[in-house]
Design a protein around this ligand. Structure first.
Ligand code: PDD
Length: 287
């Protein structure tokens, strides 16, 4: 069965799914997106992802393209048509098609695109050894809480990471404090075994994985703190990890050229990953 995408009311073969050249997403990056993980055929944290979609749209004054109930039906139909077990659904909404002019058009219908992608399980060796991150100045705008498709700074910094042989880049504000990764949230574990991640302000995207992991941490009786941490603190932390809809909980064992802790995946990180994987499995079981 060829891969199918959804574009403005139609299911199409992926290669034939297109939008207009005057779509404001293409012209101005005037749109937002969401990435919803799918595990064993189940959407993970569907409601929080749709809440964030609605919030991002609201902040940009773009209308919801349709009711939430209709979006949920399309999500399921797309999973069914693509026979998707493990991967994610990508959703993008833009302000729609209009003659190129920066200000909002008087009338436009939001564009809605949804696609799916399969994902291979993370390799055991990666989970055991962890991944490396580089650090780089955060050159983004002041509303990183909006999941905008304007991702050029993230693209550039991820490319820099790839060229350095690293998995991710941790962006750093003017005060030397880590904001977040190019497509993930950043965490450290302190000497007294506390998980620390930056508080959710306009400086970061409030990751759904981040939010769920905070709940898991609380439920399991671990301690955490939401506050900024510096690159120096991260480099001397006991453990480090990152979270996202595609990485889940991923150990970070190298920051720039310094090993984190003993350079191996940390104990708390491994425990939190396991709890988080269980949390996802429970959603499949209807829990
Ligand atoms: N990225 N921070 C940024 C800048 C992100 O782009 C993402 C997600 C996250 C983590 O959010 P969540 O836990 O909701 O996935 C944090 C997605 C996966 C992407 O761009 O593909």
């Amino acid at each position: 069965m060829p891969r199918q995408a959804y574009v403005n009311g139609r299911y199409l073969p992926h290669g034939q799914a297109t939008v207009h050249i005057e779509d404001r997403g293409f012209q101005f990056a005037d749109g937002i997106y969401e990435v919803v993980p799918v595990r064993q055929g189940t959407l993970i944290d569907e409601e929080p992802h749709l809440d964030r979609l609605e919030r991002s749209l609201g902040e940009l004054r773009i209308a919801m393209p349709m009711r939430r109930r209709a979006i949920k039906l399309i999500l399921r139909e797309l999973i069914r048509r693509n026979d998707l077990h493990d991967g994610f659904v990508y959703m993008q909404v833009t302000r729609g098609v209009a003659p190129r002019d920066h200000k909002f058009p008087a009338h436009s219908t939001p564009t809605l695109v949804m696609t799916t992608r399969r994902m291979k399980p993370h390799r055991e060796a990666v989970l055991r050894d962890g991944v490396s991150v580089i650090t780089a100045p955060d050159i983004r705008w002041g509303r990183c809480d909006i999941k905008s498709v304007a991702l050029l700074p993230n693209v550039l910094v991820k490319q820099a990471a790839a060229e350095a042989g690293a998995y991710e880049a941790w962006q750093v504000d003017d005060e030397g404090r880590v904001t977040e990764g190019s497509s993930s949230n950043a965490w450290i574990v302190t000497g007294d075994n506390k998980a620390v991640t930056r508080d959710a302000t306009h400086a970061i995207l409030n990751g759904i994985t981040r939010l769920s992991l905070l709940k898991v941490i609380e439920a399991e009786g671990y301690s955490f703190e939401e506050r900024p941490f510096t690159v120096a603190e991260a480099k001397t932390a006991r453990e480090a990890f990152l979270t996202s809809s595609s990485s889940f909980v991923m150990p970070v064992t190298r920051i720039d050229d310094a090993p984190v802790g003993d350079g191996r995946s940390g104990k708390l990180t491994a425990a939190l990953r396991k709890h988080y994987m269980d949390y996802m499995t429970e959603q499949g079981a209807g829990g």
